[in-house]
Design a protein around this ligand. Sequence first.
Ligand code: PEP
Length: 261
Amino acid sequence: MARTPLLAGNWKMNLNHIEATGLVEQLAWTLKDVKYEREFSEAALIVPFTNIRSVQTVIEGDRLPLRYGAQDVSAHDAGAFTGEISAGMLAKLKCSYVVVGHSERREYHDESNELINAKAKKVIEAGMTPIICVGEVLEIRKAGDQVSHVLAQTKGVLAGIPSEQVAKLVIAYEPVWAIGTGEVATPADAQEVCGAIRSYVREVFGDEAADGVRIQYGGSVTAANVVDIMAQPDVDGALVGGASLKAEEFAKIVMFYRAVR
Ligand code: PEP
């Protein structure tokens, strides 16, 4: 089954809503040919909550070939949860994607696989697609335990999600030691873990889920390394941090396929 690669830019806590509008406009200019090539890749901007409405306005107004989404979501539907944002609120803003379980949320906000699983279910219920992050820290990689560690995370974050939903979601394998460090996993490192995730999904959720689920690699992806990473059979896209804040760089990442076509 052909899976459309998803190149998603995680802006993290960068850019106010005015700066966000500027970056989307720059991207639109740089990506102006992509709307004719959408079958080769899909691009999404994962922006701070305060930018969503502005980004939506530019994308819808100019009919840009971009999707957008949020970096986190509440595990609750509504009520006395000061500071939280519900999946329903994000769906109303027509977000396509919501990242859950980013390693920075796991590290700085103590998010567990159980909480991430609850958030992913809320995203699915609201009709959006979760991008569920997994990945090992350096000590685990040094011990050679990356596959078993990531599969344990995968088991936890996917628990109780029906197979037909698993087929539609996105899993981002992001080795923590490669995020924001300039240290990129080799294409073989990325394939080892992404391949193991797909085998796990096949074993537990069946062929349709395994063939449909998109598995991204994330960690210091740039225009210079994206082509080799995307050449791996089980890598269906990239979650891109720093490089997604530069319009030209991100546009090259989105159009990685031009190097091989
Ligand atoms: C990320 O934020 O998920 C990420 C992979 O960041 P960077 O590309 O900067 O390593």
